[in-house]
Design a protein around this ligand. Structure first.
Ligand code: KIV
Length: 263
């Protein structure tokens, strides 16, 4: 049985904390799914983590559909949530509904995620039978408006506005929301105020779920990582070790040996 949006609501009622991870390709989706990760997010972070863009803004609908299809084919049990890319829902509610429907119809996703308090669109999608995950706080698609990737909700007034937005998207029909880049007390207060699950990233331990970008968790990215991006392993070093060993063996003529050749 696949995980549903209703299961996530039950997790909240049962005070059961849960993990969400980003996935961008089929083999990774299969591994995460088999490991029991209940929610896979095909984030528009595919832009900076896989496609070589320096932000999420250039990511297109076609790129998101391509990666979502690969992840859906690898997920037997997990709920797959597809991120609506920048420009796919800002112009009009009609545009948003048409594009969101493509993720369910063409790619087989179970839900879509929208950044910011998109109340009218959230209502329209919910009415159309398209489950919506919200995303509030530090919303990377609004990098220019925020003046950079900055922690949000630092003043009492900003924290109150964030909580109002969270309550408004819940009322509009969102089944869960990501809370990104806010002080821990703000993450906890919003989680207490909402009856839908909150999924934090850089929002402290008080949210109902936690999400990380898979490349950060696996230690694949180079350069300074944000404070919340805990690396649980160092795959970058491991990949470098493996490919160097291969190249050395090729150069020394020890690969392929008898075991790896046909008689
Ligand atoms: O695109 C993404 O990976 C995200 C997560 C950081 C929540 O939106």
């Amino acid at each position: 049985m696949s995980v549903t949006t209703h299961d996530l609501r039950s997790f909240k009622q049962e005070r059961r904390r849960f993990a969400m991870l980003t996935a961008y390709d089929h083999p990774t989706a299969k591994i995460l799914d088999a490991a029991g990760i209940p929610v896979l997010l095909v984030g528009d972070s595919v832009g900076n983590n896989v496609l070589g863009y320096d932000s999420t803004l250039p990511v297109t609908m076609e790129e998101m559909l391509h990666h979502t299809k690969a992840v859906v084919r690898g997920a037997r049990n997990a709920l797959v949530v597809a991120d609506m890319p920048f420009g796919s829902y800002q112009a009009s509610v009609d545009d948003g509904v048409r594009n969101a429907a493509r993720f369910l119809k063409e790619a087989g996703a179970g839900a879509v995620k929208l950044e910011g308090a998109q109340l009218q669109l959230t209502e329209a999608l919910t009415r159309a039978g398209i489950p919506v995950m919200g995303h509030l706080g530090l919303t990377p698609q609004a990098v220019h408006e925020m003046g950079g990737y900055r922690v949000q909700g630092r003043t009492a007034e900003a924290a109150r506005r964030l909580q109002d937005d969270a309550l408004a998207i819940e009322k509009a029909g969102a089944f869960a929301t990501v809370i990104e880049g806010v002080p821990s007390d703000v993450g906890a207060d919003i989680s207490t105020a909402l009856s839908i699950p909150t999924i934090g990233i850089g929002a402290g331990p008080g949210t109902d779920g936690q999400v990380l970008v898979i490349n950060d968790l696996l230690g694949l990215n180079e350069g300074p990582a944000p404070r919340f991006a805990k690396a649980y392993t160092d795959l970058r070093a491991e990949i470098s070790r493996a490919v160097t060993a291969f190249a050395d063996e090729v150069e020394r003529g020890t690969f392929p040996d008898a075991e790896h050749s046909y008689r």
